[in-house]
Design a protein around this ligand. Structure first.
Ligand SMILES: NC(=O)c1ccc[n+]([C@@H]2O[C@H](COP(=O)([O-])OP(=O)(O)OC[C@H]3O[C@@H](n4cnc5c(N)ncnc54)[C@H](OP(=O)(O)O)[C@@H]3O)[C@@H](O)[C@H]2O)c1
Length: 306
C-alpha cells in the first residue's frame, strides 16, 4: 500500500511517500481501506520525536474514515463494506496510508450524511473536545467558558459542543479567523494580538486551553473561584494553578466507540458541522506538516487518499 511515513525523526522533509506492507487484521481487528485521514496537532510532534514510541519505518496519522476491507477473528459487529471512522489506539500511528488495521471496538459506523473527509476531520478533534467539554469540565447550561485557540480543529468542535450545551462561549483567535469562530457559534471573540485576554475576560466557570505554553498558564486568571480548567496542549499533565481556588484538569482522551457515536449524533442533529478543510494528497504530507506546525491555519488539513 502507499503511505506517508518516516524512517527517522526530523523536519517535514523526513516524510516519505512510498510503499509499506499491507496490514493484516489480527484478532479483534478490522482492516480499513482509508478514504481520508486528517492531520492533527500531535502528528508533527510525533514526527520530530517527542513521543519516541515507534519502530521505523512507520506511517503517521491518528484518525481516519474509510471502508472495512477485512475482518479479524472474533469481530462480530462490523463487516466488510461498512463505512466507518475512528481514532487509532493511544500510541498507535498509521492513518496516513491506504490501509490501516485497528481494534474494531474503537471504530464506529460513519453516518451516511457525513462524508469521509468530514468524518476524518471530526474524529480525533471531536473525541478530544468531547472528552474535555462533556466528560472532564462537565460544562453546564448557562456557564461561561473561555476556549483558547478557537480556530483550531479541537477548539472549533469544542465551541460548537459548548454552545449545544447552552454555555456562553468566549474564544481567542487572530484577526483573520474572527468571522470563522463567530460562524461556529462563539459569543465573544478576542483577537489575542490586539488584547491580553486576562485583561478583558473574567468570571469564567471553565477554561478549555488548546494552545499551551504561557496561554495555558495565564488562563487560570480568568476563572471565578471554584472554576475549572482543562488543558490538552501542555503535555500529559495540566499546568499547576498559581491560585488555590481553581482546579486544573487533563482530559484523558480515551479511545472509545461511544465518543465517535456521540460525534455522529451531534452531527446528525445539526449541533456540530465539519470545520473548514484544506485537502492534500498523501504525497504532499510534508507540505501539510509545514502548515500544521506553523499553527496559524483554521479548521483542519485532511488527506484525501482514495
Ligand atoms: N489526545 C490529546 O491530548 C490531544 C488530542 C488532540 C490535540 N491535542 C493537542 O491540542 C492542541 C490543539 O490541536 P489542534 O489540532 O486542534 O490545533 P492546532 O494545530 O494546534 O492549532 C491551530 C490553531 O491554533 C490557533 N492559535 C495558535 N496560537 C494561538 C494563540 N496564541 N491564541 C489563540 N489561538 C492560537 C491558530 O489560530 P490563529 O491562526 O487564529 O492563531 C490555529 O487555528 C495541539 O497542541 C495538539 O497536540 C491533544
Amino acid at each position: 500500500m502507499k503511505a506517508a511515513f518516516i524512517e527517522q525523526y526530523g523536519e517535514p522533509d523526513v516524510l516519505k511517500y512510498g510503499d509499506l506492507p499491507d496490514p493484516v487484521a489480527g484478532p479483534g481487528e478490522v482492516v480499513i481501506d482509508v478514504v481520508a485521514a486528517s492531520v492533527n496537532g500531535a502528528d508533527w510532534k510525533v514526527r520530530v520525536g517527542q513521543y519516541k514510541q515507534s519502530k521505523f519505518p512507520f506511517a503517521l496519522g491518528r484518525d481516519f474514515s474509510g471502508v472495512v476491507s477485512a475482518v479479524g477473528e472474533g469481530v462480530t459487529d462490523l463487516k466488510v463494506g461498512d463505512a466507518v471512522f475512528g481514532v487509532c489506539e493511544a500510541g498507535q500511528e498509521g492513518a496516513y496510508a491506504e490501509k490501516i488495521a485497528v481494534k474494531a471496538a474503537i471504530v464506529a459506523k460513519k453516518p451516511e450524511g457525513l462524508s469521509h473527509v468530514d468524518a476524518a476531520a471530526l474524529a480525533l478533534t471531536g473525541l478530544t473536545a468531547l472528552s474535555a467539554i462533556e466528560d472532564t469540565l462537565k460544562l453546564k447550561p448557562g456557564e461561561k467558558i473561555l476556549i483558547q485557540g478557537g480556530a483550531g480543529g479541537v477548539a472549533g468542535f469544542a465551541i460548537q459542543a459548548a454552545k449545544h450545551i447552552g454555555a456562553h462561549v468566549v474564544t481567542t483567535t487572530s484577526a483573520a479567523n474572527q468571522a470563522y469562530v463567530r460562524g461556529l457559534g462563539a459569543d465573544e471573540v478576542i483577537d489575542y494580538n490586539a488584547a491580553d485576554f486576562t485583561k478583558v475576560v473574567s468570571g469564567c466557570d471553565a477554561v478549555f486551553d488548546t494552545v499551551g505554553g504561557d496561554v495555558a498558564q495565564k488562563s487560570f486568571a480568568v476563572l471565578k473561584p471554584g472554576g475549572r480548567a482543562a488543558f490538552i496542549a501542555s503535555g500529559a499533565q495540566a499546568p499547576k494553578p498559581d491560585r488555590g481556588d481553581v482546579s486544573a484538569l487533563r482530559p484523558p482522551v480515551g479511545r472509545a466507540r461511544r465518543h465517535l457515536e456521540r460525534i455522529a449524533e451531534l452531527f446528525e442533529i445539526g449541533a456540530v458541522r465539519a470545520p473548514e478543510i484544506k485537502l492534500y494528497r498523501l504525497s504532499e504530507a510534508a507540505d501539510a506538516h509545514r502548515v500544521s506546525e506553523a499553527r496559524h491555519f483554521r479548521g483542519k488539513l485532511v488527506f484525501k487518499i482514495r
